[in-house]
Design a protein around this ligand. Structure first.
Ligand code: GDP
Length: 363
């Protein structure tokens, strides 16, 4: 599942948000590591399509796609030089697919800001600088080894590629750029750097923690979005997210609406996270369960089948596909078939978000 690490300065609402996102999630029990590690939470992505499918197919249960929040790392100015607790907390964040930066934009005289005044732009700069410095440290440590390996394995193309990419990455970072943006601009293939587990290679998602009465402030949102573009910005109130976690769906929707919002922080994070990483979901449904599966955009039908089971991919014959909207409009599979909306697709079919699929395969 998509994994997201949460970073930010102290007192910006990271823990409040993490606790709200992962509160009482029934899924946690299915993921043993999530209950052992206090800072890991596996959360189902709210997906109203599954409820509709469960109704059509009489499914006994609904299994949503998941997002895991893998850790919270508090970062202070100078962390890379050992200030505060240093960078020891970045370990789990290194394993995540994306980094969610929480930035304080709420005003509260009772909650002190480590750098005095509230200043989103300065805070983003501080965090980005520390992440860049952390990557520089990783590279400084790794480069002597990479150079030696490249020398002793002169014919190993992968080692040469890695060394060249690492040296180019060091230059980009020294110029003050994150690798996710500066890397490709400097001709670096980010995949070449994978084994180094660098932080700034990962896409950043920025979460602005606002006062609830500012959530609908279009001017403010525009200004803050401008600070991070082209990266995506999400706006929420961590304290409200904590309240939402206590409510049932209808009450939560009502509270959000009263603040001019249509989506919870979790829904926003999952949507933006999936989009940022080029992921999408397809659906399966039957009497047992209605379920969402996560695949890469552009995945073919056999690749999608492989997410369920490698045997499904290996023995793939064809896929019976109907779009969610067509299925709902028809009312059930029979009616969708009668209306010519159910297609038989072969191994070259490229999946669409919201395809409802039944695979045929040899075992
Ligand atoms: P962390 O250090 O980043 O994990 O921050 P915490 O989540 O522990 O929050 C620090 C303090 O700010 C706590 O007292 C929270 O109750 C408060 N806080 C967090 N989010 C908000 C918010 O959206 N609005 C207000 N007014 N206070 C918040």
């Amino acid at each position: 599942s998509l994994s997201i690490g949460i970073v930010g300065l102290p007192n910006v609402g990271k823990s409040t948000l993490f606790n709200a996102l992962t509160k009482n999630d029934a899924l946690a029990a299915n993921y043993p590591f999530a209950t052992i590690e206090p800072n890991i939470g596996v959360v189902g992505v709210p997906d109203p399509r599954l409820t509709a499918l469960a109704e059509i197919f009489g499914s006994a249960k609904v299994i949503p796609a998941t997002v895991s929040f893998v850790d919270i790392a508090g970062i202070v100015r100078g962390a890379s030089k050992g200030e505060g607790l240093g960078n020891q907390f970045l370990a789990n964040i290194r394993e995540s697919d994306a980094i969610c930066q929480v930035i304080r934009a709420f005003d509260d005289p009772d909650v002190t800001h480590v750098d005095g005044e509230i200043d989103a732009s300065r805070d983003i700069e501080t965090i980005n600088t520390e992440l860049i410095l952390a990557d520089l440290q990783t590279l400084e440590k790794a480069l002597p080894r990479l150079r030696k390996e490249a020398k002793t394995n002169a014919k190993d193309k992968d080692r040469q590629r890695l060394l060249a990419a690492a040296e180019a990455a060091q230059e980009v970072l020294n110029e003050g750029h994150a690798l996710s943006t500066g890397g490709p601009a400097a001709g670096i293939e980010l995949a070449d750097l994978r084994e180094l587990n660098l932080l700034t290679v990962k896409p950043f998602i920025y979460v602005f923690n606002l006062d609830s009465d500012e959530l609908a402030d279009a001017e403010l949102r525009k200004r803050l979005s401008g600070l991070v573009a082209p990266a995506e910005a999400i706006f929420l109130d961590a304290k409200i997210e904590a309240e939402l976690a206590e409510l049932d769906d209808a009450e939560a929707a009502e509270l959000l609406e009263s603040m001019g919002q249509s989506e919870s922080g979790l829904t926003q994070l999952a949507r933006v996270g999936f989009a940022t990483l080029g992921l999408q979901t397809y659906l399966t449904a039957g009497p047992k369960e209605a379920r969402a599966w996560t695949i890469k955009k552009g995945a073919t039908a056999p690749e999608a089948a492989g997410v369920i089971h490698t045997d499904f991919q290996r023995g793939f014959i064809k896929a019976e596909v109907v779009s969610f909207d067509d299925l709902v409009e028809a009312g059930n599979t029979q009616a969708a078939k009668a209306a010519g909306k159910v297609r038989m697709e072969g191994k070259d079919y490229v999946m669409h978000d919201g395809d409802v699929v039944e695979f045929r395969f040899n075992v």
